[in-house]
Design a protein around this ligand. Structure first.
Ligand code: GLN
Length: 536
């Protein structure tokens, strides 16, 4: 079958849910029997988001193959329930790095290297890799940023060219825009959308579907106006009011006929009827009032919740599985050091310490781990959260007062968390961690093994430091159980306390593999323990 392409562009402003809309559309197509792949094009010059502050870019989402990617890839994986790979995300930085390397190598035989055709060719090459590598019948390509940005112009130009090369009938441009509401009158405005479509058309691209996002209901008059001014069929202007929950987006799109419209425009026939019942059930469950369990999330980027996107989603999945609503209290770990934020911890029935880098706020996280241990509060440590759990344990139960990770204190006498030997000589920051999927064997009779219910699992990693094996015996004697190990037994993957309702830390990031329909066992275990505590 010829590969079909579905291009998503964004208009007016960013953060209106382009990624979620693309992901939800992917689900509708998968449900109609198609093999779907997704790719995100990021216009920034960083080679990947791995070196960017979460404040700038939100969470770094890690794939099986260790690619450090944009958080939209998390939406794609969660909605469509697929496993993506490195080809599904690239940046301007990667495109230029490749072209410049070829130029230095002499591959262009003295030619002048230009945005068109050299940069656009490299972009097209990377887009075309997706069907080759994945065998997908439909490739959804989301262009990052907003139409009109200087940065995304080469991407749009490349897609315009690609459309001519693969045939117009095989491409569909969907423009996701925002309709602002004027506060004083409550009136919804279409003008910015008209301008953004005009900008797109000036680059030779006429969108065939417009998704009109707004906080208020978008009526017929408005969709008619957009159709008229933007040269789109009336039925192809899809009104999309902000949904109560993210999971409702696929249902809203399905109800309004997005799935059929896309197929018709791509000249495709569905091989089966979509079954949206699991999603209907999920949304109904989300909307049913449930008892609330409070959970404190102790992190250092809490001002920007996007920095913990997958953790938040994994908590939601686990909450549904336990029939409760989890209310997350966001605690800045540095506040705990200044005696602030403790009220949130004290009123919570569970504590999560997520991943992180650098020493700021570490002592606050150690304090939170100590509080969880001493007060029998259910605790889940994710990567760094597992490391601070071990540091706290060494300081307060093994009397190694200065115990630390060598990431935070190079001179510590007790580096209970230390660099892996093969990481010691590395000086580059980008892409040099232990990244991606690694197997973990679960030790019988542990909480982790009970939670998973299988003997071995594969989980996604993103870290440099590890538990220092020189301390294993001491830890075990004092009540720490190493419940997950690498198959050769050399790396601690999961640690837990024997004498505690649920104090579990994983060196990997379980949040990346939690799915709405398949909540992650370690999160389910945490919420279950927190629910039990809340009843007492
Ligand atoms: N900074 C720690 C390390 O590199 C933890 C990383 C993380 O939490 N993702 O090992």
């Amino acid at each position: 079958m010829t590969t079909k392409y579905l291009f998503f562009t964004g208009g007016v402003v960013s953060s209106v849910g382009k990624g979620v809309t693309a992901a939800a559309t992917g689900l509708l197509l998968k449900e109609r029997g198609f093999n779907v792949a997704v790719q995100k094009l990021d216009p920034y010059i960083n080679v990947d988001p791995g070196t960017m502050s979460p404040y700038q870019h939100g969470e770094v989402y890690v794939l099986d193959d260790g690619a450090e990617t944009d958080l939209d890839l998390g939406h794609y994986e969660r909605f469509i329930d697929i496993r993506l790979s490195r080809v599904s995300n690239f940046t301007t930085g990667q495109v230029y790095a490749e072209v410049i390397a070829k130029e230095r190598h002499g591959d262009y035989l003295g030619g002048t290297i230009q945005v068109i055709p050299h940069i656009t060719n490299e972009i097209k090459r990377r887009v075309a890799l997706v069907p080759r590598v994945t065998g997908a019948e439909i490739v959804i390509v989301e262009v990052g940023g907003t139409v009109g940005d200087i940065e995304s112009q080469p991407f749009l130009e490349a897609l315009r060219q690609l459309r001519n090369e693969v045939g117009r009938e095989n491409c569909l441009f969907v423009h996701v825009t925002w309709l602002p509401t004027i506060g004083a009158t409550g009136e919804i405005k279409t003008k910015p959308t008209q301008h953004s479509v005009a900008a797109l058309r000036s680059m030779g691209i006429s969108p065939q579907i417009i998704i009109a996002r707004a906080d208020a209901p978008v009526d017929n008059g408005l969709t008619e106006k957009i159709a008229l001014f933007c040269d789109v069929e009336k039925r192809a202007v899809i009104p999309m009011q902000t949904a109560e929950t993210l999971y409702e987006v696929p249902l809203l799109l399905e109800r309004i006929g997005m799935g059929e419209l896309v197929l018709e425009k791509l000249e495709l026939k569905a091989t089966r009827k979509p079954d949206m019942k699991p999603w209907q059930k999920l949304v109904a469950e989300v909307k049913t009032p449930k008892p609330t369990v409070k959970m404190a999330l102790v992190g250092k980027y809490v001002e920007l919740q996007d920095a913990y996107m997958s953790v938040r989603e994994a908590v939601k999945h686990a909450a549904l599985a336990n029939g409760v609503e989890v209310e997350i209290g966001w605690v800045h770990s540095a506040d705990l050091e200044k005696d602030k934020g403790w009220d949130v911890i004290q009123s919570s029935d569970g504590i999560i310490v997520p991943g992180g880098f650098g020493s700021r706020g570490i002592e606050g996280k150690v304090m939170a781990a100590r509080y969880a241990r001493e007060n029998n509060v259910p605790y889940l440590g994710l990567c760094l959260g597992m490391q601070v759990m071990c540091i706290e344990f060494a300081r307060n139960l093994l009397d190694h007062e200065d115990a630390n990770s060598s990431e935070f204190d190079r001179a510590t006498e007790h580096p209970v968390i230390d660099l892996m030997i093969d990481q010691r000589s590395i000086t580059d920051m980008g892409g040099t961690m232990r990244l991606g999927l690694y197997p973990c064997l679960l030790q019988k009779g542990t909480k982790a093994a009970a939670a998973y219910g299988v003997p071995s699992v594969d989980e996604r990693h993103r870290h440099r430091f590890e538990f220092n094996n020189a301390y294993r015996d001491q830890f075990q004697k004092a009540g720490m159980v190493f419940s997950g190990l690498s198959p050769d037994g050399k790396l601690v993957e999961i640690a837990e306390l024997a004498d505690h309702p649920y104090m579990v830390g994983s060196q990997f990031h379980p949040e990346f593999l939690s799915r709405p329909m398949r909540p992650h066992p370690l999160f389910v275990g945490l919420v279950k323990a927190a629910k039990e505590r809340s009843k007492k």
